[in-house]
Design a protein around this ligand. Structure first.
Ligand code: ZN
Length: 450
């Protein structure tokens, strides 16, 4: 282990019991935070002067299909129906393993650049083992903390073929990935399953039993139209297959009673606010969860539609929920509420603590505290758009952007310093990404651009 790192004199937002510290030092030894306090001794440590920075916990992007990085913007004017037809039954078919590799690598590097230290990569364009290996190799090379959720492709069935919703999750391949990559320190493996909304009862039962047997997270989409298996959730609960390891993405179509029951069962919810609003899912369910005493984690979902920046997602989810609450209040009381219904601190928790909870990793990540992993972000507080600083949490959520993300550390290792990714040769990677994007786009005869 090299010398310890001391980040000195920063405004620290811990999102932990210690609260906010206007000027404190953070001591990092190996991959772990060993102390947070004002004026720690610095002798023998590598000192990072951070008086011009706010330090926040590394952000958690709880839901992203990183394989679509080379298709940035291509689906920005598509609804969910266009997206199913053109992406899953169209462009997705053109992906070779090397397309998955470069998209996942550049996508993960962009996450680091934007302050995300944990990425949940929901990978469902992986028709061969080589596709999975390529995506995982890219996550490992990027150095981000990641959970690879192993999914399945969704092409249109050719005549005589079994449609994707009648296919059980390929358990043997998931088991191989767990065997092969299960000990990687920064990588988790889980299942991205179809669930009752997108598959038959038999498939759902198989997939949920598989997740329970293997002890992994099972994440699934819920949205975009009627469920293929009405009553499926009730059956899964009867079979004892629901619990905190089940993660629902979107979740708009659930009844109030279902949502309440799922919260009681400890299931987690990931909202992709900007994409849900854009593609036609419905209003993000943030407020419905809040009414039940719960909160969502947030995700980017698709860089083929929106940007990869998690601060933007927090701001959009916050603004959307305040708008819904304000309108609802006015309808009842005829006036604007006296105070904001949701605070900026709560919005920050959605992209830190709640992401950690979704992964069952809140004891290690999502906040800054002694004994936790050193995953953190330095945001320059002295920049044009950040001054003057009255309320650090609000400035981070409402004012900060990628332009202010100075440094990013994952497990005690700097991945970004002084505004630049560490040890990354971007031009060659971007050449490769562009080439991949052109090749894939030409499959749908969409105009390529550079
Ligand atoms: Zn998704």
């Amino acid at each position: 282990m090299g010398p310890a790192t001391l980040i000195r004199g920063a405004c620290v937002i811990t999102m932990d019991r210690q609260g906010d510290l206007p000027s404190a030092d953070i001591l990092i030894e190996g991959d772990t935070i060993t102390e947070i306090a004002p004026a720690l001794p610095s002798a023998g440590h590598t000192v990072i002067e951070a008086g011009d920075c706010i330090v926040i916990p590394g952000l958690v992007n709880a839901h992203m299909h990183t394989w679509q990085t080379a298709l940035r913007g291509i689906a920005a004017n598509w609804t969910l129906l266009n997206y199913f037809a053109k992406m899953h039954a169209g462009l997705a078919l053109a992906f070779d393993p090397k397309d998955l590799y470069i998209a996942t690598l550049v996508g993960a590097l962009n996450q680091l650049n934007c302050g995300t230290t944990t990425l949940v990569d929901w990978c469902h364009n992986n028709r061969t083992a080589e596709h999975n290996d390529a995506a995982i190799a890219a996550l490992l090379r990027s150095g981000i903390r990641a959970t690879f959720l192993h999914g399945t492709p969704k092409p249109d069935a050719k005549p005589g073929e079994t449609p994707f919703w009648e296919k059980a999750h390929p358990r043997a391949e998931l088991e191989r990935l767990i065997r092969q990559f299960g000990t990687e320190p920064l990588l988790g493996i889980g299942a991205a399953v179809l669930g009752p909304h997108y598959s038959t009862m038999e498939v759902s039962l198989h997939d949920f039993k598989m997740a329970r047997d293997l002890g992994v997270i099972a994440s699934l989409h819920q949205g975009g139209g009627a469920a293929r298996t009405p009553g499926g959730w009730e059956r899964l609960e009867q079979e004892g297959l629901l619990g905190p390891h089940i993660n629902i993405v979107h979740g708009h179509a659930f009844t109030g009673a279902q949502l309440e029951r799922f919260c009681q069962l400890g299931m987690s919810f990931s909202v992709a606010p900007e994409n849900e609003m854009t593609q036609g899912h419905g209003h993000p369910i943030t407020g419905r969860l809040r009414d039940l005493g719960r909160a969502p984690s947030l995700g980017v979902d698709l860089e083929s539609v929106v940007s990869g920046d998690m601060l933007t997602q927090a701001r959009i989810a916050l603004g959307m929920q305040r708008s819904l609450d304000n309108v609802a209040f006015r309808e009842v009381h005829g006036s604007i509420p006296a105070t904001s219904t949701v605070t900026t601190r709560e919005a920050l928790s959605w992209i830190t603590l709640e992401g950690a909870r979704m992964l069952g990793a809140e004891d290690r990540i999502g906040s800054l505290a002694k004994g936790k992993q050193a995953d953190l972000v330095l945001i320059r507080r002295t920049d044009l758009n950040m001054q003057p600083l009255h309320d650090a949490v609000s400035s981070v959520v409402m004012q900060a952007s990628l332009a202010n993300i100075d440094s990013v550390m994952v497990a005690g290792v700097w991945k970004k310093r002084a505004g630049k990714l560490v040890d990354v040769e971007l031009p060659a990677l971007l050449d490769e990404l562009r080439e991949s994007g052109r090749k894939i786009a030409s499959a749908l005869r969409l105009a390529p651009s550079s």
